[in-house]
Design a protein around this ligand. Structure first.
Ligand SMILES: [Mg+2]
Length: 174
């Protein structure tokens, strides 16, 4: 069960994800979370370093889309339009449907799509359920939706469990 919460890789922030590594790992499309991954929570401000990172992604031939649980279409659209990428709003991650819609928008497959987000219970769990490459980033800041704050506490418990209760290696038959 715990493996569903383990990201493939981790990064301190979106713009510090190595585009070279994505290319090396065969990634062709990115499904990216909005709140606290691309912008601060409930904000539409995209930092210049993030805009620059998106240009690098595009130049590498990797496509991207926003898949957000935010139910306000307008807010998600403003950010996606600014970066000139498609979007899905009201996604209900970790449900799988929106990730599949994202892949359809990107024209990619399970094996070459990565999910990027700041939450284990929505982004990472959802991506891992479909066997996608998952990237956990540190949230941009502490401000967030009250429900997310609760999940964040649960994440802390989960991270502790992953650290201290790693599954035992199977004993090889003699
Ligand atoms: Mg988020």
């Amino acid at each position: 069960m715990i493996k569903y919460f383990q990201p493939t890789i981790q990064a301190p922030s979106l713009d510090l994800i190595s585009v070279e590594q994505l290319t090396r790992d065969g990634i062709k499309g990115l499904i990216i979370d909005l709140d606290n991954t691309m912008t601060p929570w409930n904000d539409v401000e995209v930092a210049p370093k993030v805009t620059k990172w998106f240009l690098k992604v595009k130049a590498a031939g990797i496509s991207a889309c926003v898949v957000s649980n935010c139910s306000k279409r307008q807010r998600v659209a403003v950010v996606a339009d600014y970066l000139d990428i498609p979007f899905v709003f009201g996604a209900f991650k970790p449900r799988r449907r929106a990730f599949r819609v994202g892949m359809r928008l990107l024209g990619t497959e399970y094996k070459n799509t990565a999910v990027i987000g700041d939450q284990l219970f929505t982004d990472i769990l959802g991506g891992n359920r479909l066997g996608l490459y998952t990237i956990l980033v540190t949230p941009i800041n502490d401000r967030e939706f009250i429900g997310t704050r609760f999940l964040r506490r649960m994440e802390k418990v989960l991270v502790w469990l992953m650290k201290h209760c790693a599954p035992a290696k199977p004993v090889s038959p003699r």
